[in-house]
Design a protein around this ligand. Sequence first.
Ligand code: GLN
Length: 538
Amino acid sequence: MPHNRCKFIFVTGGVVSSLGKGITAASIALLLRQRGYTVTMQKLDPYLNIDPGTMSPYQHGEVYVTDDGTEADLDLGHYERFAGVSCNRNSNYTAGKIYSSVLAREREGGYLGSTVQVIPHITDEIKKAVLSQADEGIDIAITEVGGTAGDIEGLPFLEALRELGQDLGRENVLYIHLTLIPWLSASRELKTKPSQQSASILRNIGIIPDILICRTERSLQEEHYNKLSMFCNVPLEAVIEEKDVENSIYEVPVELAEQKLDELILKRLKLPLNNLDLDDWKTMISRIVHPSGPLVKIGVIGKYMGLRDAYKSIFEALTHGGISNDVAMEIKGIESEDLERGTTGVLEGLDGILVPGGFGHRGIEGKLEAVRFAREKNIPFLGICLGMQCAVIETARHLVGLPDANSSEFTPGCSHPVIHLMEEQNAVTDKGGTMRLGLYPCVLLDGSAAQSAYGSGRISERHRHRYELNNEYRERLEEAGLVCSGLSPDGDLVEIVERPDHAWFVACQFHPEFTSTPLKPNPLFRAFIGATREHACE
Ligand code: GLN
């Protein structure tokens, strides 16, 4: 059971998905934290995969990784970046994860004699998951439910949240419903009906939202507030507008604070108001909106560039690096397969090239072209995970003289597997949750660019990979100028490579983007954008 002081906020969505529920929930968490409360956050996803780790970016966008190695929904990235909460395995539950523990218990005989049912067994398990966040010291636990009110698969989750309102007492639970007020350009009007219907779906389930947050392109007028209040059964002051922000998603909390959403929440939960301190946050936003430095142009070379969610944390971390270097930034998403057609012209004029993580053979040759271009033209380069593996293959092919060097992920029997499967992965057959995941320590080489970026000799970063630099080639790669500047403490695993003969060329096996926040950019992103700034000023 949670300790008895913890309050719960449940955030549901209506009308359509992709409304920015995660950003809204994270913004609320930031506001409450900046009023002095300790907040924790969680996402419930009603789909049946145990976690998103096995899903394609087309289906799910980026797979976010937490310190403890949980492969999770990308909303957890917003939680950590906005609210500074530290997510873990209790921060993301899917229907699959809930069902698998119930079914495992059934096999163990844990329900002996009972018919195991969605209600109460699945809903009890969901309630347990929600309550698992309320550790000692947590004042407010925020749970966001994925999907949209009315989804069949979401029903047990909403039922569990309804029951928790009863179990915990209504003064300890707040229901927030995020909905869309569409603008019809033909009739030039905002429509409240879909939100009314969505609130009605929730009412059928037994949940009456305490607060309605309305996503909209245009400002709501008095008539809309009145209708929404009346027909969604929400007090007038609890109808909140969340209009599209102009410059940055980091403006959302400020917009919500202007409407006193945080005060409303605290009043409703019977918690003292305390002072709201958003000074640092607002300074950070003004640096995004009015940078005093030059414009830097960054190319990100991936294979899902039409789908920005696939590289969510990368784009955010680049923005963070831009904030700390006070530059304006233009990020160009470049399809790696386009580079395979011999058109490296799109790379001309860039001040920095980033090759992010990825899986599978498609697009690799284009990424290798991008690494080569950055190396030969002395353009700042940051390689991440697969991006580091590409940097190694490129060096092996063009500087060590092994034209058929490759990763055994792409060419299993290749004669020079400069990247190969980690030993611990040899016996692994299951695909889900079996990579090298989460935080691992790394020792940095004295005097290296990596060490200068971090300002420390030992770091810890998050990982998600199966392949590694093949140590048989380490010496030859170093002779070709690729210095192994970050190693696992036992010296066995190469975590960072860099080129001292280059303006700034660093590639890492881990994912620095996951630990970057707007107020505390990851050091590698800060240093990378610093180098691109110098390049832009040349
Ligand atoms: N596919 C590569 C590996 O498994 C890289 C993974 C990644 O970029 N996250 O090692």
